[in-house]
Design a protein around this ligand. Sequence first.
Ligand SMILES: [Zn+2]
Length: 156
Amino acid sequence: MDKEKTNQLYERFSHLYRERTAPLDSSQMPWGFQCEDGWYKILYNMSDKIKKNSSEGEFAPAISLVSRHEDGTLHVAVRNITPPIADIVTAAQEQSRLTCEYCSYSPAFLRTEGTRVKGHVACGRCATKVEGSGKPTKSRRKRKPLRAPDTIIVKR
Ligand SMILES: [Zn+2]
């Protein structure tokens, strides 16, 4: 996720993301949001709900990882998790299953082919765009010239 969006989430939910400055051997949050910009809104809404369902303090929920599951969905790890918070995280994960990770368009789905987009949930447009960048262009097969159907070959 880009720096601007990352900072917006950190500023708005600074207590929830307090591990962003933790040592790397204790938390993965210092790596930031390990996904593309399209999931910003999902993360924002999820963080907002968690904030409203918890109080601040040492034992308040803290997010220690934001990345992607093997099935392409959003992966969020929370310390001091409680059942209501777990439900909020699950709902966000379910939403990510159909939301383009690049542009937030829905419905999108998990791409199983390609070199760059594989393993990501993407809409058709982004899948083509992401896959197209930096890839050598395929050489088109030469088409045989078609003979007009009404050509008559006259033997002499
Ligand atoms: Zn998209």
